[in-house]
Design a protein around this ligand. Structure first.
Ligand code: GCB
Length: 624
């Protein structure tokens, strides 16, 4: 294959371009060479650097002309015509969206070329080198020194390319064509209620590893009663027969196993003295996985999550999810996608100030900082893929795309104790095609990880013979562990007072989670409770809704919509929305609205019920 590739690459720059690998590879805790910081960038709405004037892609040509931006060319003679120059172009910070870095790019949806020059990291001739991207929204065509490495689609999950043997010692040119145009067959599709931030939104790193290295591992508490841990390790480059040692030094565990021909080794051992991870005691243990020449170090929490009848059980005890929905957006200092661990920590800190023990990370996989911080700070988390509203349900490529994003999300975060729910979809309209699509995803998710709950934010309807009875019934619910739904009584659905009379019918013997409710308020706008957009309106809506939810049988938690106001191109009302969805319990700057305190007091009441000050009986009725 390699020889064929090399021969083909003599013929065309993109001939060997492969889809990027988003098979899991644990990178976060490795020492890496960061390519973050300033990148040069060219905004290219007509994709002039990619297509010739006959609209043929340059990277399909045997010898791409210097006009192809990925060749990163410079004028060699005074008469040479080259109509771009990275060095003279704008700079953009990576990680970061472009929309908030240059006012001309605020609404931009299209292609931007990024270029970074770098020297090869120091490495031995036998080492392997990868270039790893935390996330690029939405499509990335990636080129190294004028040759295409490959393509990746999907804006919120990591991917990487192996570049072993392709680096020069100095002056490498890494070029990305990043395109955030929306497509009907994309995931997400054309219509969403969040900003389509484009760019290299998460870190870029060079990872040097030995020829045989620890690529991935899984560790989970398999049996609560026996305190038994199950683990597996994947070595990349292994022949079979290599030894792997897995240690949890604080627990005195040191287990050794031999890998099979596929590079995998399995472990099973008991940890009788281990403290279980929970929001009240987010205990993490150091784990070391070593093979000859390579050691991967991480920190993991040990806990179980399960549904039994209508109860949700964390470590075998009923837990009530005091949640809040969160977008991966931080507007307090200029806005845009969360750029670093500090901003991620601030979002979780605000959730803690609400006395929450749970965050719904909506509507796509958030950055890795946030789930790792949730582990540390003691917050349970829900992670989801952007299968949102309408999706091209009958398109196989769309399905594959959704499945790849699911696999990449699970692959990255499967060792995070905080993550207890994988969610597969949000408010998707019931149809045969949608049911088929989502049941395939459910089967896939279970095959990838059978230690967590599966859910999806579904919808409600009213009983035709009684408009005061709301019903959650969806064929998808039969396949899920947690019956979740969004509802907007008091906002899109009647006045807040409607909540006083609505009763709920949810005919599943499963825990019920209310994944959204809410209404807009402009922080600082005051009036009486009947006046829309005021803090008092939102406050009244929260009071009535929370009282209504307490009457739901099997009610095991809630994540109101949403922590902070967030940008959305659907929210245009001047003077009120100004491009923001105002359903935050805080403004985009982090100023708390009245509803924040209603929710906090409700959670304080709830937190008192149940063990450790942090677990409360599911469906236990209203707080005292
Ligand atoms: C929803 C969606 C969420 C929207 C929200 C709203 O049901 O799940 O993405 O932002 O409603 O504000 O309308």
């Amino acid at each position: 294959m390699f020889v064929l590739c090399w021969l083909l690459s003599l013929w065309a720059a993109g001939a060997c371009a492969a889809p990027a690998s988003d098979a899991p590879m644990q990178v976060y805790t490795r020492a890496t060479q960061s390519l973050d910081g300033e990148w040069k960038a060219i905004v290219d709405p007509y994709e002039n650097g990619y297509y010739n004037y006959r609209y043929e892609p340059f990277d399909r040509q045997p010898e791409p002309p210097p006009g192809a931006f990925f060749t990163d060319s410079k004028m060699r003679t005074p008469s040479e015509l080259i109509e771009y120059d990275f060095d003279k172009s704008i700079s953009l910070q990576v990680p970061g969206d472009w929309n908030t870095q240059d006012p001309r790019l605020y609404y931009y949806e299209g292609s931007v070329w990024y270029r970074k020059k770098f020297d090869a990291p120091s490495h031995r001739p036998s080492d392997r080198v990868f270039v790893h991207f935390g996330a690029v929204n939405y499509r990335a065509d990636v080129y190294l020194n004028g040759r295409k490495l490959g393509v990746h689609e999907g804006g919120f999950t990591p991917f990487r390319f192996e570049v072993t043997g392709r680096l020069k010692d100095a002056g490498n040119s890494l070029v990305l064509k990043v395109d955030n145009k929306r497509h009907a067959d994309g995931v997400p599709t054309l219509n969403t209620d969040w900003w389509n931030y484009g760019g290299i939104t998460r870190s870029v790193e060079l990872v040097v590893v030995p020829a045989v290295f620890v690529r991935d591992y899984r560790l989970a508490l398999a049996s609560l009663e026996d305190r038994e841990v199950e683990g597996s390790v994947l070595l990349d480059g292994a022949q079979g027969g290599e030894r792997v040692v897995l240690s949890l030094p604080e627990l005195g565990i040191r287990e050794s196993a031999e890998v099979a021909a596929d590079g995998r080794a399995g472990f099973r051992f008991r940890v009788p003295g281990a403290h279980l991870w929970s929001p009240g005691n987010p205990r993490l243990y150091r784990v070391e996985i070593a093979t000859e020449g390579d050691t991967l170090v991480d920190r993991v929490g040990l806990r179980t999550i399960a549904a039994r009848g209508r109860q949700l059980l964390l470590n075998g005890e009923p837990v009530f999810l005091r949640g809040i929905s969160v977008h991966e957006e931080y507007s307090a200092d200029g806005g845009g996608r969360v750029r670093d661990a500090q901003q991620a920590r601030q979002l979780l800190q605000w959730a803690k100030e609400l006395d929450a023990n749970f965050v719904r990370l909506a509507h796509y996989p958030h950055n890795e900082h946030i789930v790792r911080l949730a582990d540390e700070m003691g917050l349970l988390a829900w992670s989801e893929i952007p299968v949102y509203w309408t999706i091209d349900w009958t398109n196989e490529a769309t399905y594959r795309n959704a499945q790849d994003q699911l696999a990449a999300m699970i692959g990255r975060d499967a060792n995070r104790a905080s993550v207890v729910v994988w969610s597969l979809a949000n408010e998707t309209p019931v149809s045969e095609a949608r049911n088929r699509f989502l049941s395939r995803l459910v089967a896939k998710a279970r095959a990838l990880d059978d230690t967590r709950l599966l859910s999806a934010a579904m919808e409600k309807h009213y009983r035709s013979d009684d408009p005061d009875v709301a019903v959650v019934e969806d064929p998808l619910a039969d396949l899920l562990d947690l019956v979740s739904f969004n509802q907007y009584i008091g906002w899109y659905d009647g006045p807040p007072e409607k909540a006083d009379r609505v009763r709920w019918e949810i005919p599943y013997d499963k825990p019920v989670f209310v994944s959204e409710f809410g209404g807009d308020a402009l922080q600082g706008l005051h009036g009486d409770a009947g006046q829309i957009w005021t803090e008092e309106f939102q406050e009244n809506l929260y009071r009535r809704t929370l009282a209504m939810l307490d009457r739901i049988e099997g009610y095991a938690g809630v994540s109101p919509w949403i922590l902070a106001d967030f940008r959305s191109p659907r929210r245009l009302l001047p003077g009120i929305q100004d491009d923001y969805n105002r359903k935050g319990v805080m403004s985009e700057k982090g100023v708390k609205k009245k509803a924040f305190f209603v929710l906090r007091d409700y959670y304080r009441g709830r937190a008192g019920q149940g063990g450790g000050g942090d677990v409360a009986a599911a469906g236990a009725g209203p707080p005292p």
